[in-house]
Design a protein around this ligand. Sequence first.
Ligand code: SF4
Ligand code: SF4
Length: 163
Amino acid sequence: MQDLINNLPKLAKDKHNENKKFFAKLKKKPPKDLDYLMQELHEKEFERTDCLECANCCKTTGPLFTDKDVDRIAKHFRMKTQQFIAEFLRIDEDNDYVLQSVPCTFLGADNYCSIYEVRPKACKEFPHTDRKKFQQISNLTLKNVSICPAAYNIVEDMKKRIK
Ligand code: SF4
Ligand code: SF4
């Protein structure tokens, strides 16, 4: 797995133009059964990919924290919201709360998330490959294929299945 993760930025770069064309076409004319197909490809991929062997998203990017995420996680630590923000978060250029640094502070050496039960919504949903109307997040997916081996494989499978 580590070899694949190390090679992923190069693999994704090599596929970037092909992927960009594919998503441009998908946006114009998404297949009627796209939601079902994505569900199928997502489930198939995560049967063979173990996130605990990877954790590359937690190590390299980290999520956005919504206000609800901040309240929930601060409560979990029995901290005041402002105290939690001051200790762990910063505001990025899009005015969103993000981690002060990566790898994520809450990631253990064993790749387990220490706040798994209350983790941000964005962590729960990453890499978003089972979301409805998948064609609407093509730009995000074009980036995610260089971070997430599962997203990379799913996009490769999509190109085989959607002609
Ligand atoms: S979601 Fe993707 S990047 Fe994150 S741990 Fe799982 S396979 Fe790795
Ligand atoms: S909160 Fe948990 S799931 Fe989210 S980036 Fe940190 S370690 Fe990963």
